[in-house]
Ligand binder design. Sequence first.
Ligand SMILES: *Cc1c(COP(=O)(O)O)cnc(C)c1O
Length: 398
Amino acid sequence: MSIPFEPGAPAEDDHIPLCVPEIGGNEWDYVKKCLDENMVSSVGPFVNLFEQRLAAYTGMAYAVATVNGTSAIHTSLLVAGVGQDDEVLVSSLTFIAPVNAIRYTGAWPVTIDAEPDHWQMDVDRVEDFIRNDCIWNGDELRNRVTDRRVKAIVPVHILGHPVDMDPLMEIARNYNLAVIEDATESLGARYRGVPVGSIGDIACFSFNGNKIITTGGGGMIVTNRKDWADRAKYLTTQAKNDPLEYVHNEIGFNYRLTNIQAAMGCAQLERLDEFVEKKRRISGHYSAAFSRLPGLKPMKAADWAESTCWLFSMEVEEESFGMDSRELLHRLLDGGIDARPLWQPAHLSPAHHGAVLKGSPVAEKLNRAVINLPSSVGLTEIQQEIVIHAVMDLTKTA
Ligand SMILES: *Cc1c(COP(=O)(O)O)cnc(C)c1O
């Protein structure tokens, strides 16, 4: 039986996707090696190599591969000691995965608003929460309203741009809070010269199809603590306590990455710097074109940030642009251009109704006003011109 697929067949239409993988390095060779050597499953040399290389890239001592980024976050929370009825601070403006992962542990999310300039977790709001809503007894932080222990912070580096980590780490150290970096959107970014993912106690990456490098699906945990890395490996491999006999002292998970996926990851990682450079060029080109138009405000990088510009994002001001973000979004979609909004802020998510959630006016405003534009590494100059002109043609002044 053959599959109905013609290699080299032309693309069905000229639609411009938001963010698709770029495959063209050693992926084919490395995956073929897995098949040739009958090493297709979850133990294999590429898994070890991918872990070593990602640890080296981020400057961390240990890395543990996982089946996706969400399982990396779930595992990291458990390893950091987050459990039933703890509270965990998390960015309100994020893809929902880290908020879900907090609930998987039985803990509760406390959403922290975004700062208006760079849209990341607002560290001043973290301080406000601790000062106004918590009691510190010299050992533990407790939410005075719910009487729950506040155990950890999950800063999410959104859109390729780092959170302001120095003041956040200082707060975390003062109040005994573990810091789990959700760096799933920001592999390759730097904070004050240091790789994202190397600042907190433990960090997570994703290799989903739309991320800067992909394994189809996959994730990674990095940390400098050997005991945490060992525990992450243990929990992600069904908590096996005897190498031969099937003895399990705890309930574990099957969160392993396969050797085939890791092979692809190794090939992708070889090209990460090139991908980042291309993303920055795309973003710079959009920014230059749109900052000349009324009512469009491209996302700005902070002075502490070297962003990867994973997705190009801009605010649309209805008054001066002539239509709101959603009308622009739908006009672009109708024209075959895959624009997207930002995520519904977590505190508004029906899935998390009734959890401990704080209002987040900045996140709400950004959710209403921001759209993302096609930002694939493989976006051609012609495609980018098509997107830019489509937007220009829709301005009030056009
Ligand atoms: C993509 C993403 C994840 C989850 O990664 P998966 O590999 O899709 O499970 C987690 N957090 C954020 C912010 C993400 O964008």
